[in-house]
Design a protein around this ligand. Structure first.
Ligand code: UN1
Length: 512
C-alpha cells in the first residue's frame, strides 16, 4: 500500500479540516468525528464538521469566484480540468486506497471508480470546446435567432458513500468547464475521500494559476457534515442547482427544499434494477454479468442487480449455475488481492439485509444460498450474498435493499416479463439477455424497459461515463455525466437579432 495519508490536506490541531474553501483549510464547527472504516469497524482519521454558517460563507465565496470564472473562456476552463485529470492519473493508487478504506469496495473497483474520474476529465476537456448552441430560422426577414449557453452559478453537490469520488467528479468536472463553481457535501462516511479529491483541484488550480495568471480562489469547496449541512446547501438561494445522489427519502427532502425556492435539482436516487433472461440467452455470459451486477460493491451500487426475471424453461439451470458461482466468491478484506466481496458499509445494512430475507421468506420465497454472516474475516459487516427464489414479484421486491440480495422470479411470455420489470417505483438500470433481435429491440423500445439505462447482453451496473446517467420515476429523473447532461449546469438564452432597417413584429402583428 502507498502512503495515502500524504495526499490529504494538513491537519489543523491534529484534526483534518471540515471546510475546504478553495485552497484554504478551515476547522469548521465545534466538534470533530472519525468515520468508521467498513473494513474493520475502526475509526479512520479525525475530521472537523462544518456548520450551517460555514456553508453560508463558503457559498458566498463560491459565488464571488463564479462572477469571474464565468468570463474565463470555456477552453481555458478545460485546461484546468485537464490538469486535474493529470493529477488524478498520477495519484490513482492512493486515491483508490482511500476509497477502499472508507467505502469498503474492493481495490479493483476502487481503481475503476478513480478511472471514471479520469475519463470524465477527458470528456469535460473535449466538451469545453463543444458547448454548442443552435442557430434557428427566424420567421422575420433580416433577423437572426440563436441559442447560447452561459454558466449557471454555484452548483451544490451532495454525494453518497458508495461512489465517494466518481459522483462528485461527474458533476464537478462538467460544472467547472461549464463555468460554474462547486460546493460539495460528501457522505459523512467518506470525508477523507472528499478531502483527497479536493487536493486535485487545489494542485491543478495552483499550477494553472502559475501558467496563465491567477484563477479565482473558490472554484471548488468541500463542507463536511450531516443532514444539517446538506439542508443549508439545498436552501441557499445562491445555489441555482443542487445535484443530489442518495436515498429516495433524502432526495424528497432536497427536491422539496430546492423546489420551494424554485431552484433546480438534479436527482439520482435509488434503483431497483432487473435483468430479463430469455430462452435464447448465452447463459455463460449471463452468469458473469449477473454475478458482477448483483455482488459487485457488495450489492451497494445504485445500479446493482436486485431482480432476475428468468424464462421458466431456464430457471432451474440458471439458478444452479448461479449457486455454484456464488459458492466460489472470495469474501473478505477488500484491500487484499483476490477478494471479490468486501463488507457492507455498516451494521444497519446487515440488519436491512436480514429483514429483506425474512420478509422474502414470509412472502413465499426460498433461500437458494447465502444470507449469513461470513465468518473468519474480521470485524466488519461481511456477508454471504444471497439468492432467493420467489413465487412472484411480492412487496419485498418493490423496495431497494442496499445489500447483495438477488430475487429470482419466472416468466412465460416477454410481455409478462416486461410488465414485472416495470412494476416497481424506481427506474434506474435494466438489462435483457437474449439472442433474439426482436426481443432486444422490444426491450429497449418505447413499450419496453421504463428505466434511464436499458442494456442488452450486459449487466445493470458499470455504466460508462460517456452516456447520460440517471433514471426515471422515484430515481428522480436527473441525468449526470456524459451526452448532453452538461446543459443542466448552464442557462440558455435565446437571442433574436434584427440586422435590418425595419421592425417587423413576430406572428405578423400590426401595431399602430
Ligand atoms: C451509483 O451507484 O451511484 O454504473 C453510481 C455504475 C457506475 C456508477 C454507479 N458507473 O455502476
Amino acid at each position: 500500500m502507498h502512503d495515502w495519508k500524504s495526499i490529504l490536506p494538513e491537519p489543523l490541531d491534529g484534526i483534518l479540516p471540515g471546510v475546504m474553501r478553495g485552497s484554504v483549510c478551515q476547522a469548521g464547527g465545534s466538534h470533530s468525528f472519525a468515520a468508521k472504516s467498513p473494513i474493520d469497524g475502526q475509526p479512520t482519521l479525525d475530521v472537523w464538521t462544518a456548520t450551517a454558517d460555514d456553508v453560508k460563507s463558503v457559498v458566498e465565496a463560491a459565488h464571488e469566484s463564479f462572477l469571474s470564472w464565468q468570463t474565463v473562456p470555456a477552453p481555458v476552463r478545460g485546461h484546468l480540468v485537464r490538469e486535474i485529470g493529470e493529477w488524478v492519473r498520477a495519484n490513482k493508487q492512493p486515491l483508490a486506497e482511500i476509497v477502499c478504506l472508507e467505502s469498503g469496495k474492493i481495490m479493483p473497483e476502487a481503481l475503476g471508480e478513480i478511472q471514471e474520474w479520469i475519463d470524465v476529465c477527458d470528456f469535460a476537456v473535449g466538451l469545453s470546446r463543444q458547448l454548442y448552441g443552435k442557430t434557428i430560422a427566424s420567421e422575420r426577414p433580416e433577423h437572426f435567432l440563436i441559442e447560447q449557453w452561459h454558466p449557471l452559478g454555484v452548483v451544490g453537490v451532495i454525494s453518497a458513500f458508495n461512489f465517494p469520488a466518481a459522483v462528485w467528479a461527474w458533476n464537478a468536472m462538467i460544472a467547472l468547464v461549464c463555468g460554474d463553481t462547486v460546493v460539495w457535501k460528501p457522505s459523512e462516511q467518506t470525508p477523507l475521500t472528499a478531502l483527497a479529491c479536493h487536493q486535485a483541484v487545489v494542485a491543478a488550480t495552483e499550477k494553472i494559476s502559475a501558467e496563465i495568471g491567477s484563477l479565482p480562489d473558490c472554484l471548488s469547496s468541500v463542507v463536511i457534515g450531516g443532514a444539517d449541512v446538506g439542508a443549508a446547501l439545498a436552501s441557499n438561494p445562491m445555489v441555482p442547482l443542487v445535484s443530489a445522489t442518495g436515498s429516495i427519502p433524502m432526495g424528497r427532502k432536497v427536491a422539496a427544499t430546492v423546489g420551494s425556492r424554485l431552484g433546480r435539482s438534479l436527482l439520482e436516487l435509488g434503483g431497483n434494477n432487473a435483468m430479463i433472461v430469455a430462452p435464447s440467452a448465452d447463459l455463460k455470459l449471463a452468469v458473469r454479468a449477473i454475478v458482477f451486477s448483483a455482488v459487485g460493491t457488495c450489492g451497494q451500487r445504485c445500479t446493482s442487480l436486485r431482480r432476475l426475471i428468468v424464462h421458466r424453461s431456464l430457471a432451474s439451470d440458471l439458478i444452479a449455475r448461479l449457486k455454484s458461482a456464488y459458492a466460489t466468491l472470495a469474501i473478505g478484506d477488500p484491500r487484499l488481492p483476490g477478494t471479490l466481496v468486501g463488507p457492507l458499509v455498516g451494521p444497519n445494512s446487515w440488519t436491512a439485509m436480514q429483514q429483506a430475507i425474512a420478509d422474502a421468506e414470509s412472502q413465499g420465497g426460498t433461500l437458494v444460498c447465502g444470507g449469513k454472516r461470513a465468518t473468519g474475516v474480521g470485524d466488519g459487516a461481511y456477508v454471504e450474498p444471497a439468492i432467493i427464489h420467489m413465487p412472484a414479484q411480492t412487496d419485498v421486491m418493490l423496495r431497494e435493499t442496499f445489500a447483495p440480495v438477488l430475487y429470482v422470479v419466472e416468466y412465460d411470455k416477454l410481455d409478462e416479463a416486461i410488465a414485472i420489470h416495470n412494476d416497481v417505483p424506481q427506474g434506474l438500470s435494466s438489462a435483457i439477455f437474449t439472442g433474439d433481435a426482436r426481443e432486444a429491440m422490444s426491450f429497449i423500445g418505447p413499450a419496453g424497459s421504463d428505466c434511464g439505462l436499458a442494456n442488452v447482453n450486459i449487466g445493470t451496473s458499470g455504466a460508462e461515463i460517456g452516456g447520460a446517467f440517471g433514471g426515471e420515476k422515484q430515481t428522480g429523473g436527473g441525468r449526470e455525466s456524459g451526452s448532453d447532461s452538461w446543459k443542466q449546469y448552464m442557462r440558455r438564452t435565446t437571442c433574436t437579432i434584427n440586422y435590418g432597417t425595419a421592425l417587423p413584429l413576430a406572428q405578423g402583428i400590426e401595431f399602430g
